[in-house]
Design a protein around this ligand. Structure first.
Ligand code: PAF
Length: 322
């Protein structure tokens, strides 16, 4: 096993000299935990290593940025890669549709899986390693009987947590596992999943994980719809209606700027959404942007968040004002 790893690491060292002189190289595809470990070993294994003054020229320290995804990649993910490229020497993207974060009635089976086009896209934007482990390796004893990471209340139970009671446990557990396997110095998450971003920040802080968590602003379609892998589920009628959600959020921010009281602003935004009977609004809330405590008056930093079903498709979005 060890020989095997050392062999892979040596092979990877030569691969890496190519990878580090991109754009010529292609990403290394780590489809097993052993291959991920070998790549990580070949790129400086120590999670706690830091760049020192004398390293500058020798390039002996390579910082690693990590973007965990469930695939079905879109421009929102590519923006995360761009940000990561700008900040780190090496970029790892994982593709793993995590069964643990889906409730039994949710869309795990039909979640879009577009592995080949994801690979092509990542090839074209230039990442260094794609980590795509199997479910069997991530959950060798099944997902029922594992030690899991449960975020603290109220972050865990409010808003998304109220509608998806085991979601953040599934996310926090798999992200912890992925962090341990990839050992990144920084990790990038979209603000589109704003509560998830706060959960991951709390996870890294409370468990002393040596990873800087970076939030990246939501990327939108020209009509304002937040990019999401689940947008692929929308039929043409629903797709035409979906931008109303961003319009409703924007109306709250405009109301804040015009000094309209928060209650009236939220009522107007709700009316905008409810005017279209196809929407089932699950929540529209004004919260503190760092704690997600509900706010009854506008006070910066705040975030307005919503979740709504459009037919069978559940969409979430938010706007942050700092
Ligand atoms: O946001 C996602 O795609 C997932 O929740 C994540 C962070 C990759 C964990 O499975």
């Amino acid at each position: 096993m060890v020989d095997n790893l050392v062999g892979q690491a040596t092979e990877l060292e030569s691969l890496n000299s190519k990878l580090n002189n991109r754009p010529a190289g292609k990403p290394f595809v780590a489809d097993t935990l052993a291959r991920m470990k070998a790549w990580r070993l070949a790129n400086g294994a120590s999670w706690l290593a830091e760049r020192s003054e004398s390293d500058g020229d020798k390039n002996s320290f390579l910082s690693v940025a990590f973007i965990p995804t469930m695939g079905a990649l879109h421009d929102g993910h590519i923006e995360l890669v761009r940000r990561a490229r700008a900040e780190a020497d090496l970029v790892v993207v994982s593709i793993f549709v995590n069964p643990f974060q889906f409730a039994p009635h949710e869309d795990f089976d039909k979640y879009p899986r577009t592995f080949n086009s994801d690979l092509e896209l990542l090839n074209s934007v230039g990442v260094d390693c794609i980590f795509c482990p199997s479910e069997k390796e991530i959950y060798p004893h099944g997902r029922q009987s594992i030690v899991s990471v449960v975020p603290a209340s109220p972050l865990n139970d409010t808003l998304e947590g109220a509608f998806r009671p085991t979601f953040f446990k599934g996310v926090a557990t798999v992200v912890t596992k992925l962090f341990n396997l990839v050992q990144p110095h920084m990790s990038f998450f979209g603000e589109k999943d704003f509560q998830q971003l706060l959960v991951i920040k709390a996870l890294a802080c409370d468990l002393n994980l040596p990873v800087a968590i970076v939030g990246v602003p939501t990327v939108r379609e020209p009509d304002g719809l937040a990019m999401s892998s689940r947008n692929a589920y929308l039929d043409s009628t629903s797709r035409a209606l979906a931008p109303v959600l961003h319009q409703a959020l924007s109306s709250v921010v405009s109301a804040f700027e015009s000094k309209v009281p928060a209650a009236a602003a939220l009522e107007k935004a709700q009316a905008l959404i409810k005017a279209e009977s196809k929407f089932d609004l699950q929540y529209l809330s004004l919260c503190h942007a760092e704690t997600l405590e509900p706010l009854s008056e506008f006070a910066k930093p705040f975030v307005v968040l919503l979740a709504a079903k459009l037919g069978d498709v559940r969409l979430i979005d938010n706007i942050v004002v700092t």
